[in-house]
Design a protein around this ligand. Structure first.
Ligand SMILES: Nc1ncnc2c1ncn2[C@@H]1O[C@H](COP(=O)(O)OP(=O)(O)OP(=O)(O)O)[C@@H](O)[C@H]1O
Ligand SMILES: [Mg+2]
Length: 594
């Protein structure tokens, strides 16, 4: 994917490349006042710098009596110019850097706010760690550009044109002579700039690889060390670092060549000028020494500004690459469109009514494999259903579909008589308390984790839920209790402790329907039976769907659904299924043995 995107980027004419910065400019727009101050300061400092050349001329050639009093006093003029220059530079630096930081923060926030609503399938084809790198490294690049390069470019463009104008004012013949060399300097800027841009995008991609590789290894540190993969990981990480470095060095080479070419051309012109000037000042009718000094001053400024522009030009190109990547993220559409109807989950105090009508589904990353096949299922309010079946049967996928992490390719999921696609996502998801199969907690205190669905939850409610989830006893053994801090992913607790906290978290969301995916898999017999009795207390008060392997949990359900290869092959009570389903018989004989 990256290779083709790069290819496209390098095929486009350079004039369009900078227009890719436009999405970033939209983020600058709200700060018109700051832009105006920075722009004003920019103009003032450029003008003051250019005026210094005139000051030099006056100083060398003596005073011009017809001019105003300021001009009759060159040293006062200098003091004023320098003061203006200092004040202007302060304002420019402060506001331009401020804009860089502010806009970067806004872009980060906007990207995060956009992608957090995207359909979960998006993160299967776009690795979260790569997106993380875009939000950090790509925005940092933009920060440099908005917070300095743009201002350097603008200042030098002003100096360039201002310098040329004043060269003409000072001595027209010499100006024509010098300026005939300008195209010679501009051409390499355009040529090398293009190369730098495509190398930049490549370089940012490589950098993202480095970041995501390190992130993944560190998150799985125990696996890495258990398999003694440290050395292997180091060399694979090094490979990525070196790849990133190689691209960066290619880019730096292009840039250095560019700077050297521009500088030698520009300063070559200046030194030729100095030699010519030195000879002609002495001759009759030539420029005065003051004119000559001012002219050389402007020529140096023009040459210097060209050098500076060529230097930041590639920064702008790099930023265009980064902006492109961020704009892609900002423009990514969510395949899960929000509905308009509000789900009233309180219609039936016993819970929601849930239907699968001829539902078929394949995961977007594997469209050829139908994971759910024309499945029909009706769960009444207050009913408890156990779903059993071999691994890969599609059990967890059913929970994904009811919560609209994915939409079915055919058929419909219907909650309380409404197609879930017509419902507001927040109201739909509010109705469910989900305990995922590979459950994870977040970094933060236990209390923050429990109150995840609603930070206003009271301590009393938390304790009730903890009791129901059979988690109170172990919380009480922790020195900091609810304030105990967990690491990323809930590090610091045992598997079973995490699982019980996650059950409490689901209960605290006050669901009308509980979705429990193998909740007791990590629990000892005692905790398991305690949770079973908690479920029993909830039974009838809310709709409960439980995916389970343990016979004890399964038997307590009102109805058992047996799934295989995306289909329901049998359903009924435990006793009925023992009669009718061969698969269930095998299951209760082997799998449920506990
Ligand atoms: N994100 C995904 N992308 C592509 N295919 C997937 C994805 N998640 C699951 N699958 C596939 O869909 C099928 C059903 O998966 P599902 O997780 O629903 O099974 P399950 O019945 O819950 O199994 P288990 O008992 O092992 O949890 C499997 O064949 C699996 O490979
Ligand atoms: Mg599963």
């Amino acid at each position: 994917m990256n290779a083709s995107a790069e290819l496209k980027a390098s095929e486009l004419p350079p004039a369009r490349s900078l227009s890719r910065l436009r999405p970033a400019l939209e983020f600058v727009a709200p700060y018109k006042a700051q832009v105006a101050i920075a722009g004003g300061a920019l103009l003032t400092t450029a003008a003051a710098t250019l005026a210094i050349g005139q000051g030099m001329r006056l100083l060398i050639d003596g005073t011009d009596t017809s001019a105003s009093s300021l001009l009759t006093n060159p040293s006062l003029l200098f003091t004023v110019l320098v003061a203006v220059l200092i004040a202007g530079t302060f304002l420019r630096f402060y506001f331009v850097s401020w804009l860089g930081e502010r806009v970067t923060a806004d872009i980060r926030a906007a990207v995060f706010a956009h992608i957090i609503h995207l359909h979960p399938g998006f993160f299967e084809s776009n690795a979260p760690s790569e997106i993380q790198s875009r939000i950090t490294t790509d925005t940092t690049l933009l920060q440099t550009v908005i917070g300095s390069s743009v201002s350097i470019a603008l200042r030098n463009i002003l100096m360039f044109f201002g310098g040329i104008a004043l060269m003409f004012v000072t001595n027209a013949t010499m100006s024509v002579l010098v300026l005939s060399g300008v195209p010679l300097v501009v051409l390499p800027v355009i040529f090398f700039g293009r190369r730098v841009r495509s190398l930049s995008r490549d370089s940012q991609d490589r950098l993202a690889d480095v970041g995501s590789y390190a992130g993944e290894s560190l998150r799985q540190i125990k696996v890495v060390q258990a398999f003694n993969r440290q050395e292997g990981d180091i060399s694979r990480f090094l490979l990525r670092v070196e790849e990133a470095l190689a691209v960066a060095i290619k880019r730096i080479r292009q840039r250095s060549i560019l700077i050297v070419v521009v500088m030698s051309l520009a300063f070559g012109a200046v030194s030729a000028l100095v030699q010519y000037g030195g000879a002609s000042v002495a001759s009759v009718g030539g420029p005065t020494s003051g004119e000559m000094a001012a002219f050389i001053f402007y020529a140096v400024i023009v040459a210097g500004s060209l050098g500076a522009i060529s230097e930041v030009w590639s920064d702008l190109q790099r930023a265009a690459g980064a902006t492109e990547r961020l704009a892609e993220l900002l423009a990514a559409p969510s395949l899960i469109r929000d509905g308009t109807k509000v789900l009233d989950a309180s219609v039936d105090s016993a819970g929601v009514d849930l239907r699968f009508n001829q539902v078929s589904f394949s995961y977007p990353t594997n469209p050829d494999k139908t994971v759910i096949k024309a499945l029909n299922l009706h769960v009444s309010p207050g009913e408890m259903i156990a779903i059993v079946g071999p691994s890969g049967a599609g059990k967890s996928t059913l929970f994904d579909l009811v919560q609209r992490f994915y939409d079915p390719s055919n058929g419909a999921v219907v909650v309380n008589g409404q197609d879930v696609r017509e419902l507001q996502l927040t109201s739909l998801r509010q109705a469910f308390g989900w305990v995922p199969q590979d459950a994870a907690l977040f970094a933060g205190s236990i209390k923050e984790n429990l109150a995840y669905s609603n930070s206003a939850i009271s301590e009393a409610e938390i304790y009730t839920a903890l009791e129901q989830a059979h988690a109170l006893d172990f919380i009480e053994t922790l020195a900091d209790g609810l304030a105990t801090r967990l690491g990323e992913g809930g590090v610091g607790l045992s598997g079973g402790q995490k699982q019980r906290l996650i059950i409490a978290r689901a209960l605290l969301a006050k669901p009308s329907c509980l979705l429990l995916d193998e909740v007791t898999s990590a629990l000892d017999a005692e905790s398991e039976s305690a949770i079973r009795s908690s479920i029993q207390q909830l039974q009838g008060r809310m709709t409960i769907l439980v995916i389970a392997h343990r016979l004890s949990t399964v038997r307590q359900a009102d109805r058992i659904v047996v799934m295989r290869k995306g289909e329901i092959i049998a359903q009924g009570t435990h006793a009925e299924l023992l009669e009718t389903s061969k698969l269930y018989q095998r299951y209760s004989a082997m799998q449920f043995a506990s």
